[in-house]
Ligand binder design. Structure first.
Ligand code: SAM
Length: 277
């Protein structure tokens, strides 16, 4: 009989969030594949678990997966864990899951903590759709391009961020998306947990000289269209020019998407209104 791959969620900061089922699964499997064995060793020690560990980090996903699949075929039960939260959510896991599935072997999730669900749970957003991006690109140009593609998103957007990139993230998000409501969820389940609803403008102003510590989830709300109704295209463009922080290009993109018309149709008019010709 082949074994099973268990995908086990672990705490994102507070060890009391470990589920009974996660503890039992990690005790019972033959092997635990961990993103960082030293990190997971501390978790195992806390719960008195002595199951052998093997490292499974992003750079080794492909090579390690093949060996792990062989072991599952040979009847071994294996658990996959990441450093924190649910494996596969902005964490390694997908290559192993795909290989195990291709081999026709069973995959069982052991649900539990995730920064994504923790932040959403206290966001106060209407139940419904959201867009999960996770980490935005490191390069400014790529990050801005991503934000531009999200200008017209009808959904709140969930980002993961690290403290050393948060200033640039907020600066670019504000510059491209304009002022929007945002949920700031820092150090969730830890001692210095900070969860607040604020705005991109306020954050850009307040954190610029501040050292931010800890891990962060940001949920940026969809843009509020405050334009008065039944306006001409010219009035709409003027409204955005005078009331938003968007560049002319981004305004054209947003208005084109909102009105369902071609961008080139409004570009010429925008050039005149922005005094560019
Ligand atoms: N797989 C994990 C999950 O299910 O949430 C996420 C792993 S990802 C590599 C790490 C990122 O998750 C951090 O940079 C941060 O954005 C977010 N994160 C993890 N723990 C957090 C916490 N306690 N508070 C706020 N954000 C957290």
């Amino acid at each position: 009989m082949p074994g099973t791959l268990y995908i086990v969620a672990t705490p994102i900061g507070n060890l009391e969030d470990m589920t009974h089922r996660a503890v039992r699964t990690l005790q019972e499997v033959d092997l635990i594949a961990a993103e960082d064995t030293r990190h997971t060793k501390k978790l195992l020690n806390h719960f008195g678990i002595s199951t052998p560990l093997v490292s499974y980090y992003r750079e080794k996903e492909a090579s390690r997966s093949a060996a792990l699949v062989e072991q599952i075929i040979d009847g071994k039960d294996i658990a996959l864990v990441s450093d924190a939260g649910t494996p596969g959510i902005s964490d390694p896991g997908s290559i192993l899951v795909n290989k195990v599935r291709e081999a026709g072997l069973p995959i069982v999730p052991i649900p539990g903590p995730s920064a994504l669900s923790a932040a959403l749970s206290c966001s106060g957003l209407e139940p419904g759709s959201f867009l999960f991006i996770g980490f935005s690109p490191q390069k400014t140009s790529a990050r801005r391009k991503l934000f531009q593609s999200l200008i017209s998103s009808q959904y709140p957007i969930v980002f993961y961020e690290s403290p050393h990139r948060i200033h640039r993230f907020i600066h670019d998000a504000h510059a491209v998306l304009g002022d929007r409501k945002v949920l700031w969820a820092r150090e969730m389940s830890k001692r210095y947990e900070e969860i607040k609803e604020t705005s991109l403008k306020l954050l850009a102003e307040t954190i610029s000289n501040e050292k931010i510590r800890g891990e962060l989830v940001l949920i940026i709300h969809q843009g509020q269209d405050e334009r008065p109704e039944k306006e001409s295209l010219e009035e709409i463009l003027i409204w955005y020019r005078d009331n938003s922080d968007l560049s002319m290009k981004d305004v054209c993109k947003k208005v084109a998407a909102d009105m369902g018309i071609g961008r080139s149709d409004i570009y010429q008019q925008a050039l005149v209104l922005w005094n560019k010709i």
